[in-house]
Design a protein around this ligand. Structure first.
Ligand code: PMV
Length: 325
């Protein structure tokens, strides 16, 4: 049986999506702005099988029951859309630490979207592929595209409006993202559950939502104008506001570990010394640093001696998702 394969790269949000406006269709309660990275990606192949159910293998092992179910529900969307009943074996290879807040679901669902769209013979354009990928994972909608990407969202967003699109930034905005892996443990609370807890119980969630459009509009403008400092400062605000919502929950939780905190302080220290660098974090303890390309090596070196940082990767802007021939 024919095999269809695709690759998609992870992306890291500079301005965060956090929370859903509706579960049906996985509609994001906020828009977002991201950078696709060149070093972390997922390659996925799908092949029809003669069997009662889809099979999902991640890095050559059967995925856990919950992930299996999430992937099967995603394939169901394609089956319902096309009135086709085919079953598939799906083999996914993550070149990114899984479930560690390094956006493996973004690259995973974006690659799966392209491979399935081909297998089901859908003639979707990039915008439509992004809408479909969003159903698997909100951040996956952005991984359809390379470089800087804007995703539309909001409390009143509809299915047709919630898609990502490339954002034209000037070529002078030549950035790197340094990914610091702060520990090897898998994250304790997945982003879905964390979003649900914050949107339903955090006393800070309303404030996060109210302030979000201002942050996003300003960051989009800063990116378009090539205003790196402004973009970096807005990214840090978005990051800390998102993490603050978790501290305001009925049962508070956080993703910081000791090396995370040391890394955040080091970014501030470097800035005081005149370096241009800004941090962000997602649903995990890892710290990502945005900096101009010509400063990346020297900034990365400042983190090599920090206890608990197990890996440092300097990423450039990565490409959009693509099908293999
Ligand atoms: O799309 P998800 O469910 O992986 O959620 C992404 C959440 C954050 O990474 C924290 C923020 C974002 O916009 O990517």
């Amino acid at each position: 049986m024919k095999i269809f394969s695709a690759t998609a790269h992870t992306n890291i949000a500079l301005i965060k999506y956090w929370g859903k406006s509706t579960y049906e269709g996985n509609l994001p309660a906020t828009g977002s702005l991201s950078l696709t990275l060149d070093k972390f990606y997922t390659t996925t192949s799908v092949q029809m099988i003669d069997g009662p159910s889809d099979i999902f293998e991640l890095n050559e092992s059967p995925a856990d029951a919950q992930t299996q179910q999430r992937v099967i529900s995603f394939v169901d969307f394609f089956r319902n859309l096309t009135k086709n009943k085919e079953r598939f074996i799906i083999r996914s290879y993550n070149h990114v630490p899984t479930k560690a807040g390094l956006a493996s679901s973004a690259s995973g669902f974006a690659a799966l979207t392209l491979a399935l769209a081909r297998a089901f013979n859908l003639k979707s354009n990039h915008k439509e592929l992004s809408q479909i990928a969003r159903r698997g994972s909100g951040s996956a909608a952005r991984s359809i595209f390379g470089n800087f990407v804007q995703m539309h969202g909001g409390p009143q967003i509809t299915d047709r409006e919630a898609f990502a699109e490339p954002l034209e930034a000037p070529s002078g905005l030549n950035v790197r993202m340094i990914v610091l892996e702060c520990g090897r443990t898998q994250k304790s609370i997945g982003s879905r559950e964390a979003m649900n807890l914050t949107s339903s119980t955090s006393i800070f969630y309303r404030a996060f939502l109210d302030n979000h459009p201002r942050l996003l509009n300003a960051a989009v403008l800063a990116a378009k104008n090539g205003n790196f400092e402004e973009l970096g400062l807005l990214m840090e605000q978005s990051t800390l506001q998102m993490h603050a919502t978790m501290l305001g929950c009925e049962q508070p939780f956080w993703y910081f570990n000791p090396s995370t905190i040391v890394a955040l302080q080091e970014v501030q220290r470097l800035r005081q010394k005149g370096h241009s660098c800004y941090f962000t974090m997602d649903a995990g303890p890892h710290v990502k640093i945005l900096c101009p390309a010509n400063e990346a090596d020297i900034i990365a070196d400042s983190f090599r001696q920090i206890e608990g940082i197990v890996n440092i990767t300097i990423c450039s802007a990565g490409p959009g998702a693509y099908l293999h021939a």
